[in-house]
Design a protein around this ligand. Structure first.
Ligand code: CTP
Ligand code: MG
Length: 249
């Protein structure tokens, strides 16, 4: 058991500047409703009150006017906004600049967590923080792959069975020293590498982030089926606010 009160100060970045093309909704998926609250509100609420958290920076799309009004409930919490970019990495990099304006120490830990992952367990965030403070090159939540993996060929028939031993799904949050993450994202951009998570940028520098076991219910809402699934997960976790919302819809 870690001693949470011993954590150093840390910051949170939530990239929320995507539109959710795969979701196919008429608004960005982070604004779809889970219970009485939007996906983004539930996601942010998972972090509020954790020891050491200095503030959060949300990366938003340039034309996004919804978030500040929606998040007015969090008025006692130091919430900042940055204009996101065309890719997730560009959005994280923009938010990181805002963190660096408020915190001059390059060693300060920054957690990056997708807006689209409202089901992350508090205990998993705590495990990640504990792991990241002890790790040399940062840390990320991950779950072992359960299914058998198949490599497909261009005809969608099986080309090979891929060994799954030691293979993990990378989740978020992922946590790194803010100076290292800024350098890694800049390097990836200069080398033209397209990234789908932040650990990949650190790995490009030859570093090896620590895998911290998380739970598979930390899903990323991606396709339409994921929204009702997230509602069920929140209910099972006791995080559902039933008074204000129906289960269907
Ligand atoms: N994101 C971002 N800036 C972008 C693209 C994505 O901040 N230019 C954020 C999303 O808002 C999301 C997280 O990164 O919270 C994970 O990305 P993903 O699940 O791919 O979301 P979208 O890019 O919005 O969805 P899609 O790829 O289906 O369009
Ligand atoms: Mg995307």
């Amino acid at each position: 058991m870690s001693n949470l009160s011993q954590w150093q100060p840390w910051w949170l970045i939530i990239p929320a500047a995507g539109f959710g093309q795969r979701m196919g909704a008429d608004q960005p998926k982070q604004y779809l409703t889970l219970d009485s609250r939007s996906v983004l509100e539930v996601t942010l609420s998972r972090f509020i009150g954790l020891p050491g958290l200095q503030g959060a920076v949300l990366a938003l799309a340039p034309d996004d006017a919804l978030a500040p009004a929606l998040l007015a409930n969090f008025k006692d919490f130091p919430l900042h906004y940055a204009v996101g970019g065309a890719t997730r990495s560009a959005s994280v990099r923009a938010a990181l600049r805002t963190v660096q304006q408020h915190c001059l120490n390059d060693q300060t830990l920054v957690l990056v967590h997708d807006a689209a992952r409202p089901c992350v367990r508090r205990a998993d965030i705590e495990a990640l923080l504990t792991g990241a403070f002890a790790a040399k090159d940062g840390a990320l939540l991950a779950t072992p792959v359960r299914d058998t993996l198949k490599q497909a060929n261009t005809y969608h028939t099986v080309q090979a069975t891929v060994p799954r031993a030691g293979v993990y799904h990378a989740l978020t949050p992922q946590a790194f020293a803010c100076g290292l993450l800024a350098h890694a994202l800049d390097f990836a951009e200069q080398t033209g590498c397209a990234l789908t998570d932040d650990s990949s940028a650190i790995e490009l520098l030859g570093k090896a982030p620590q895998l911290v076991l998380g739970h598979a219910d930390n899903i990323k809402i991606t396709h339409p089926d994921d929204l009702p699934l997230a509602r069920l997960i929140l209910q099972a976790q006791g995080q559902w606010h039933p008074a204000q919302a129906p289960l269907v819809g």
